[in-house]
Ligand binder design. Sequence first.
Ligand code: NAD
Length: 493
Amino acid sequence: MIKKVIGLLTFKNYINGKWVDSVSKKTLKDINPANQDIVCVVPASVKEDIDEAVKAAHEAFPKWKATPAPVRANILHRAAQLLEEKKDEVAKLMCREMGKVLQECLGDVQEGIDIGYYMAGEGRRLFGHTTPSELSNKTAFTMRVPIGVCALITPWNFPIAIPAWKTTAALVCGNTVVLKPSSDTPLCAAHFVELLHKACVPAGVVNMVTGTGETVGAELVQNKEVRAVSFTGSKTTGEWIAKSSGVKKIGLEMGGKNPIILMDDADLDLALEGVLWGAFGTTGQRCTAASRVIIHQKIFSRFEKMLVLAAKKLRLGSGLSSSTDVGPLINKQALEKSQHYVNIGLKDGARLLCGGKAGPKSGFFFQPTVFSNVSPKMRIAQEEIFGPIISLIKVKNLKEAIKVANSIEYGLSSSIYTNNISSAFKAINEIESGIVYVNASTIGAEVHLPFGGVKGTGNGVREAGIEGINEFSETKTVYIDYSGKLQRAQIDD
Ligand code: NAD
């Protein structure tokens, strides 16, 4: 339960239906990135806490698995209703904890509500498929079954939406979970878990342990009772998890370096709004953020001027203020990383058109930054920066634009602005990414469609939509022979 102690919010780990102290008795501070105030103090957990949580999840699994899926779904439906009732309160807390502007925090919570209702609906579907057998008097079908204890490891940029995507899909399928939220946004996760508790999720079905990735996260993914790991975060951590988890079902959603292609027939006013939203929304800290604009040479100079004029007008500040367009970065390391990449861009010969510096000293602010004269192989055009920095790349035609779009290790989201249907379809077919937008920015996923990337972004797993069910369930194949005799598939009689 979340409490205020001497003016500070605090909570404990949630294990087996109870809020319990960490064995370590140590705590971590959760900092407001806009003013560096302490928002919350949370347990700095250790291996013993993880072992307890996994044990609780393991013991709760048989009963939860045997609970009819529509009954499991009713609990998710109730939790979604409770989150809807608390939408404003949770969004304001998110704004303090994570920094993005209030409108986006409200959107994040809304995504959590939407996925809750969507996955509650899945409780009455969870479809397998039926197909004819090659033999007479024999029936064949598949059914979806849960996997077991799932470790859910989440980042800080969607503090409600991502824990909700994973938890609701895992639970409706009949799994039990241990959630390890990011140390930068544990308070939102605790709110979400509290609502599941209020919605009467049985003890042990949902557990949450807070702490650092290196201790708590690493212990969780290596625990032998954990049967599946669902991770969203950086490529470095994801690769480590892939190597260290052993034989488990693993879902990895990692970084992006998402392009927007602007063709010479594009509506440039529309494209400008899309680029601003993609590059500077959430201060560039979305896995789907646009960080490269690949522009046809005929419109390059015009669009460059339009973008710089608009970027210079964006106002930095606390996400809670209605006059703020761009909030702070998440922490000091993120601020240093943005500054580091600006220095790299300058050293590599890119032209800084605006921004490039930290903002007000009170928080971790960084000015919206536009680089021109960027060549596709420069580091600022190749590596995920996760800050409000966009690179403009000039190309001669669509073929070159698609080549540049694909010349990176990631493949999450992409976009093309064009009024030519052939160009749009060529891009849809040839861009290497899990998500493609036409005449819209690189961000804006909806919960009933699959979400995920190709190449270095992920390992083929998709979250949300019907594919979110596949991540958290196994397929069981069933044959029923009612011929009353031995029938042998593939064997000639
Ligand atoms: P991160 O990898 O630093 O941390 C993610 C989570 O992993 C945190 O909970 C962290 O504590 C934990 N962790 C860290 N080390 C661990 C270890 N050794 N073992 C187990 N867990 C460990 O990432 P971040 O900074 O929180 O998030 C930003 C990254 O997430 C960006 O790269 C972004 O692109 C990516 N992201 C991807 C998606 C997607 O769906 N593809 C969505 C959001 C964010």
